[in-house]
Ligand binder design. Sequence first.
Ligand SMILES: [Zn+2]
Length: 162
Amino acid sequence: MHVDPMPIDELVTLVNEWGTLPCRVDGRAPRPGAASTVLADELHPVFAAPDAATRATLVTALLRATDVRPTLGLDLTEAWTVAEPAEAPRAAAALTLRHHLAEHPGRLGVCADDQCADVYVDASPAGKRRFCCLTCQNRARAAAFRRRRAAQRLPAGGGPAD
Ligand SMILES: [Zn+2]
């Protein structure tokens, strides 16, 4: 069966909508056992990985597990196949990550806000993105501001604020 890589935005949406951790952290009920949840939970660690070598190992394991094979399309373009149709979504995701990481190493991540575990692709010019969205960025900034203010209000000796 022929497989095409999925658009990276679609992959990010899949992980964030279906992943057990993204659901649990922001208070949505995870859907254990659903095919999309199983796949999302395999992909989330690629975004959470601390370094390139770990990402490479995870993506290679995904590619191997799906047994996706390179072929040549009849129009002489790059093409991919899997023997087992049920593996097509996993193979499509693995191909997407393989391609993305080979082109932009390191530009994947998990939201730095502590009330969110959504993943993102960093398309910013500087490559310093830390949050999945502006809402999380603003929430984290507001929380940091409140923490600093509370710390300033503490009397010497460190009693509770207010
Ligand atoms: Zn977030």
